[in-house]
Design a protein around this ligand. Structure first.
Ligand SMILES: Cc1cc2nc3c(=O)[nH]c(=O)nc-3n(C[C@H](O)[C@H](O)[C@H](O)COP(=O)(O)O)c2cc1C
Length: 203
């Protein structure tokens, strides 16, 4: 069978979600998937970016990551979205990309994909779950098959977010535990997408 195609599409201002996205890529590749890592376009005005040295630095550091296109969404058997929490919601940069997907949706080409999401927030109770649940609204509209990590691996009892991998950026860069959780989430997404792909090919 052909490998599962996984699109990891994310937004990150200061690198936290980018680090999670890289661990998601590692987990998906290790599970045998073909993976595209894609950032969404930065839409903030240059003066806003330049006012925050960490933001300006990350923009430079991530210059080599390709920007997401609709072709990436159409190609994917599984989609993982990553976003920082913004007032308890997804970042507008990611939402703007999602909002270009109308034509694919209209053609029914988003239905049946395996979908999952990951996030970071500044503080522990800053809205990680609400951000992940908000992204689920999109997946429902697509007719996606939402695959959360739940408590399906011992690592989930250590990092504790069944909705999707999440990190408190205010406590520093993602450490080994949360990166392990991200790899586990990716593996679970790939395993589910592979089973579906095999079943669809056989039917
Ligand atoms: C406009 C704005 C809104 C934010 N809203 C929240 C929030 O609601 N809760 C929270 O804990 N952190 C909030 N943050 C902090 C970000 O979530 C945090 O900086 C981000 O997760 C870091 O990820 P990144 O390094 O990938 O950009 C906000 C930051 C900005 C700039």
């Amino acid at each position: 069978m052909e490998p599962v195609n996984v699109a990891v599409i994310y937004y990150s201002s200061t690198g936290t979600v980018h680090a999670l996205a890289q661990a998601i890529v590692e987990g998906a590749q290790k599970a045998g998937a073909g993976v595209r890592l894609r950032k969404v376009r930065e839409l903030a005005p240059p003066e806003a970016v330049e006012a925050n040295p960490a933001w300006a630095q990350h923009l430079k550091d991530s210059a080599g990551v390709a920007e997401a296109t609709l072709d990436d969404l159409g190609w994917a058997d599984a989609v993982l979205f990553g976003t920082p929490t913004r007032f308890g919601n997804a970042a507008s940069q990611l939402k703007a990309f999602i909002d270009t997907a109308g034509p694919l949706w209209q053609q029914g080409r988003l239905a049946g994909k395996v979908c999952s999401a990951f996030t970071s927030s500044g503080t522990a109770h800053g809205g990680q779950e609400s951000t992940l649940l908000a992204l689920s609204n999109t997946f429902y509209h697509w007719g996606g098959i939402i695959v959360p990590p739940g408590y399906t691996d011992p690592i989930q009892f250590r990092t504790g977010n069944p909705y999707g991998t999440s990190h408190v950026a205010g406590a520093g860069a993602p450490g080994d535990e949360v990166l392990q959780a991200a790899r586990h989430q990716a593996r679970r997404v790939v395993d589910t997408a592979a089973a579906l792909k095999a079943g669809r090919a056989a039917s």
